[in-house]
Ligand binder design. Structure first.
Ligand SMILES: [Zn+2]
Length: 320
């Protein structure tokens, strides 16, 4: 049903799943750079199509898979479900004579201000993304993190400094923007981020009072720019910045230093540990293949009564 060939594939009919090199036919779960390639033919949701073509060009052949609308692909029936990770992000349910396979891609079950809420259908085989597959990655309540973010931004502005949030340009930037504008804080975005925000807005996501960065607009506003790992994160004339990272990795105290920021807040677009366990319980699969994340998470699922393997182990023994 599923196999590994330097990337994950639905075996029959052959369909690459988020494979990072060009393929004749691929499913693209969402438009993050580590999930896309300029495929010959790609299947994805309509919002992901807009974001994908922004990144790889609009001359690629794309077949749209709107959520909940099944489409035949060879002997399989493909249906997408919202993954809650970023705008347009999708899980893929592939139904064949051999059973139902659910591929989650990157996902999150909890609330989001800018992504469609996740849905989990039942499946026989669950291929799940397990980035936060360790118990320590239990995220605090989202409302608490949002309240901390807004309070930090307000106190920074009150001190005459500039709150600068470093975030990935697709998804997290728009989420933080909406959370701040909903709290009455206008947002200025790095131009790379604003280009993606315009697509969000064209797709009907209201981001509130957001504009591209310009130093003349700074008074009273928060700035969202790229992570410091990017060569292009700097913006001219930001005044005295107080830097903030918004990432699930903020659970690790070292994140502040790794991201080189003054504050790190645990706002995640990935399922945390309890959501991962909840996913297995809700999908009720016969088999689970864990991708990403720590290899020992599969053992934790087995201890909870599931038949689970980490992707590397699964394909060494060719169980699936
Ligand atoms: Zn992603």
């Amino acid at each position: 049903m599923i196999h590994w060939d330097n990337g994950l594939f639905l075996t029959r009919p052959r369909l690459a799943l988020d494979v990072r090199r060009r393929q004749p036919a691929a499913f693209v779960s969402h438009a993050h750079a580590d999930h896309i390639a300029p495929h010959e033919l790609a299947y994805m949701t309509p919002p992901t199509r807009r974001l994908y073509q922004h990144r790889v060009g609009d001359h690629r052949r794309v077949v749209e898979l709107p959520y909940g609308a099944p489409r035949e692909f060879g002997d399989a029936r493909l249906t997408t479900y919202p993954a809650g990770h970023c705008l347009g992000s999708a899980m893929l349910l592939a139904e064949t004579d051999a059973g139902r396979v659910l591929y989650t891609g990157d996902y999150k079950l909890g609330d989001s201000a800018t992504a469609e809420p996740a849905e989990l259908p039942r499946a026989d085989v669950l291929v799940m993304e397990c980035t936060f597959g360790q118990p320590k990655y239990a995220l605090p309540p989202r409302e608490q993190t949002i309240a901390e973010l807004v309070a930090l931004v307000r106190s920074t502005l009150a001190e005459g400094a500039t709150p600068v949030i470093h975030a990935y340009p697709l998804g997290k930037s728009q989420e933080v923007t909406r959370l701040l504008t909903a709290a009455g804080v206008p947002v200025l975005q790095h131009p790379h981020i604003f280009a993606i925000s315009e697509i969000y807005q064209q797709c009907g996501v209201d981001l509130g009072d957001v504009q591209p960065y310009h130093r003349d607009r700074l008074p009273g506003a928060a700035v969202i720019t790229l992570p410091k790992g990017s060569r292009f994160f700097r913006l001219p004339g930001m005044g005295r910045p107080v830097s903030i990272a918004a990432t699930g990795w903020a659970i690790d105290p070292s994140t502040k230093f790794r991201w080189q920021v003054d504050h790190a807040l645990p706002l995640s677009d990935h399922a945390d540990y309890s959501e991962l366990l909840q996913t297995a319980e809700r999908v009720q699969p016969r088999e689970i293949i864990c991708t990403h994340g720590p290899a020992d998470f599969a053992g934790r699922l087995c201890a909870a009564g599931f038949h689970a393997r980490h992707v590397s182990e699964a394909f060494q023994t060719r169980m699936f």
